[in-house]
Write a protein that binds this ligand. Structure first.
Ligand SMILES: *[C@@H]1O[C@H](CO)[C@@H](O)[C@H](O)[C@H]1NC(C)=O
Ligand SMILES: *[C@@H]1O[C@H](CO)[C@@H](O)[C@H](O)[C@H]1NC(C)=O
Ligand SMILES: *[C@@H]1O[C@H](CO)[C@@H](O)[C@H](O)[C@H]1NC(C)=O
Length: 731
């Protein structure tokens, strides 16, 4: 114990209590007093997110806290988002006056916006005792740091620090018995915007006052950890019962963590774990704090939410995106929609669905590309629609490249009850996501230690982070408070999301992301060729989940679950394979291409090879994914190699009562015919088995072995034209 050097030589220590009289408790007093004798005094003019976090942490460790200045005007000078300055000392002086004779009372003064507790009062008092606070010569113990601030030139006047200790006083935290703290602050006779740290520093640097008041510094962070300049010394220590901050240089577990200077964001990061009850067993920290129950709330009393939807770049699967808005698990009467479409190529998909959207929501407003609104101005417009409407309680901003597959996302976000909260979304299989875990010094992305674990869901919780984008819920309190004045997204030097996040950070508004549930994912937008008629068809390699959602037959999985297929002839199988949208869009593309050839195919049928549309790789990729499980089921032992001998869209014309024509074309192991349009008669005949099969409905496929066992003849199509995508696999 007693590693903290005190100001007096050790030989004098026993005498000090006598010299100091009322300032210190009686010499030789027992151990430290109980936690009930410790009062925490802090200053906050506004209940910011930081202040509320401070209170939460104090509550967790049972500190009793008294806040000075709440609701009062701040006159302590230009300190953008921390409390600092002389007004703090003036308030502390008034608060201490009635306590000045309380010899049994210990007073801990700390800042609040950028402080969290990481340990309880009992061990804090033990450390104070160990430092000499219990009659060992220390009247008031200040926190220490490595920077001499605000007057660097005072550094030379400081006594040299003990080995491995920080030399300079920081007034963001100090601790002493009430009479000693009073003797300190009663000397304040300055202006509210004079510097409080300079005031305490001058007292400390005066050797007479230092000795008289027993002023000392917590050089080794036994109690106070200032983060500025010390980030490399600090690690998180996961242990049963919770996470501690450990200073690895001094081997201490400080209880008061102060994100001073530029380290406020690092404090947010630490605050995700301390003191929120994390342990190495996992757990969810503060997740369940202040939940807003929504279960059983009548629909008409659910919060009113404005959806701000932004299509700002060429994006695949916009039709699906808009349809999902209709499927949100939330009463549409409580939802309004603002949609900005800044991309001319996407407008037709929007207008196709607009009448349904308009009918569905309580109100809907569309701003199209012809308005020439930039992405930043559009976002400011959407947000201000909610801000200006007193009935609007929340604003959900959603970008077009988000696949929000969980329809209950809005409810989940509301239930979590944070001012700003994003659902975690990432690109499947990648580390690219809609949040940053840390910020580089110049304000860009930096990877936090836990980023990968959070993206991959190995740690789940609600996380305070410096940057979110793509989808987030903002409460009315934030919209009308910290985000309340002027443009939030519009800044000349950065993109809208970065402007928004920077704005929030500067106002002390915490940005959260949650990965407690799976909400959906982000689309890949690069490589999307919006000059095609149906560019989504090409997206399988980049966005397989969304491709599958749109183009795979709705009942495909029932082939395996319920044997939903037919075997009309031996080894000839019919099953649902692709969606009607797939068939229709493929046909549109083929018709647009328009150059039908008459090569190879039976009965005068015409063909377009998929390769000519650049679709063959996509199609073969789809077969590898979706046909392989089917062949494994029907032809066990056969392993498709996935090489196509041919894949053509074939157009069979009307052929009234022609004799069956033998099919031409190369031999292959497997033949797959996918109906693209409703058959009007037609079909195939397998002479070896004397068995006929009518053409299947659109989206269904016919699968059978190749010519060796299953040569086939075309049946007549009296009714009209029929389109088939024929694929011969594996020579
Ligand atoms: C805080 O006080 C409550 C009630 O007195 C008690 O149940 C709890 O264990 C205390 N917590 C700590 C960390 O001391
Ligand atoms: C985009 O599609 C058009 C046809 O619609 C094609 O001419 C063009 O080469 C494609 N661009 C790219 C980059 O693939
Ligand atoms: C899938 O099966 C269900 C039940 O048989 C049917 O109602 C539905 O229309 C099928 N879906 C498609 C796209 O054919």
């Amino acid at each position: 114990m007693a590693e903290l050097p005190v100001r007096a030589p050790r030989a004098l220590l026993p005498l000090l209590p006598v010299l100091l009289g009322v300032l210190l408790p009686p010499a030789g007093s027992r151990g430290p007093p109980g936690p009930e004798q410790l009062l925490v005094l802090t200053v906050a003019t506004e209940a910011t997110d930081g202040y509320e976090r401070f209170l939460r942490s104090a509550k967790r460790f049972n500190y009793s806290v008294q806040t000075l200045g709440l609701g009062q005007a701040w006159r302590g000078g230009d300190v953008a988002h921390t409390v600092g300055g002389g007004q703090k000392v003036r308030w502390l002086k008034s608060a201490m006056a009635p306590l000045r004779t309380r010899q049994d009372l210990l007073v801990l003064f700390v800042d609040s916006y950028d402080v969290v507790f990481a340990g309880g009062p009992r061990e804090l008092l033990e450390q104070f005792w160990g430092a000499g606070g219990g009659g060992g010569g220390v009247g008031v113990l200040f926190s220490a740091e490595g920077f001499c601030w605000p007057q660097e030139e005072l550094a030379a006047s400081y006594p040299p620090p003990p080995a491995g200790g920080k030399a300079f006083l920081n007034s963001g935290g100090f601790l002493g018995f009430a009479p000693a703290v009073w003797r300190l602050v009663e000397r304040w006779r300055f202006r509210d915007d004079d510097d409080d740290q300079l005031f305490y520093t001058r007292l400390y640097l005066n050797p007479h006052i230092r000795d008289e008041l027993g002023l000392a510094l917590d050089h080794h962070s036994r109690i106070f950890q200032n983060l500025n300049g010390a980030l490399d010394e600090v690690v998180l220590k996961f242990q049963p019962g919770g996470v501690r901050v450990r200073n690895v240089v001094t081997d201490s577990l400080p209880m008061v963590i102060h994100g001073n200077g530029p380290t406020k964001l690092q404090l947010n990061y630490l605050g995700n774990y301390v003191p929120s009850g994390w342990s190495y067993e996992g757990g969810c920290g503060d997740c369940d704090l202040d939940l807003r129950p929504l279960e059983g709330v009548p629909e008409a009393e659910l919060p009113r939410v404005l959806l701000g939807v932004f299509l700002e770049q060429p994006t695949p699967f916009v039709g699906r995106f808009l349809q999902r808005l209709l499927l949100l698990d939330y009463p549409p009467a409580r939802l309004r929609l603002f949609l900005h479409c800044g991309v001319p190529q996407l407008l037709s998909q929007v207008t196709a669905l607009w009448p349904r959207l308009l009918r569905h929501f309580a109100s809907a407003q569309l701003v199209g590309p012809q308005e020439g609104l930039g992405g930043d101005a559009a976002r400011d417009m959407g947000m201000s629609l909610c801000r200006r409407d007193p009935q609007c309680q929340h604003y959900l901003s959603l970008d077009g490249d988000v696949t929000l597959s969980h329809p209950g996302t809005l409810r989940a976000l509301l239930r979590q009850n944070r001012k700003v909260l994003a659902p975690l979304l990432s690109r499947p299989g990648q580390l690219w996501s809609n949040f940053w875990g840390a910020l580089s010094p110049d304000g860009y992305y930096a990877r936090s230690q836990d980023y990968v674990d959070i993206v991959q869901g190995k740690r789940r919780g609600v996380w305070n982070v410096p940057y979110i984008s793509h989808a987030y819920l903002v409460s009315g309190a934030a919209l009308r408070g910290p985000l309340g004045d002027g443009a939030v997204f519009t800044r000349p030097d950065t993109d809208p999301d970065m402007a928004f996040c920077r704005h929030a950070r500067q106002r002390g508004l915490f940005l959260h992301v949650t990965n407690r549930e799976e909400f959906g994912h982000l689309l890949v937008t690069s490589g999307y060729n919006s000059s095609r008629r149906h560019p989504d068809l090409w997206e399988l390699p980049r966005n397989p989940r969304d491709w599958e959602d749109k183009y795979l037959h709705q009942n495909y999985s029932r082939i395996f679950q319920e044997n939903l297929y037919q075997e009309p002839c031996p080894d000839v199988y019919q099953f649902p394979f692709f969606s009607e949208e797939f068939c229709q869009e493929l046909l549109d593309e083929v018709e647009d291409y328009g150059k039908w050839s008459q090569d190879h195919h039976e009965g005068g049928a015409q063909a377009v090879a998929l390769g000519l549309l650049g679709l063959e790789p996509v199609w073969l990729g789809a077969l590898r994914r979706f046909l392989t499980p089917v062949t494994r089921k029907f032809f066990p032992g056969y392993q498709p190699k996935g090489r196509a001998v041919l894949s053509d869209v074939i157009r069979y014309g009307p052929r009234p009562s022609a004799p069956p024509t033998p099919a031409r074309g190369p031999a292959a192991t497997i033949s797959l015919s996918l109906s693209l349009s409703p058959p009007q008669g037609g079909g195939w005949h397998f002479p070896r088995y004397n068995c006929g099969v009518p053409a299947p409905p659109p989206g269904w496929a016919l699968l059978h072995p190749g010519r060796l066992t299953h040569p086939r003849h075309l049946l007549s199509t009296p009714g009209g034209t029929h389109h088939v995508l024929l694929t011969l696999l594996d020579p």
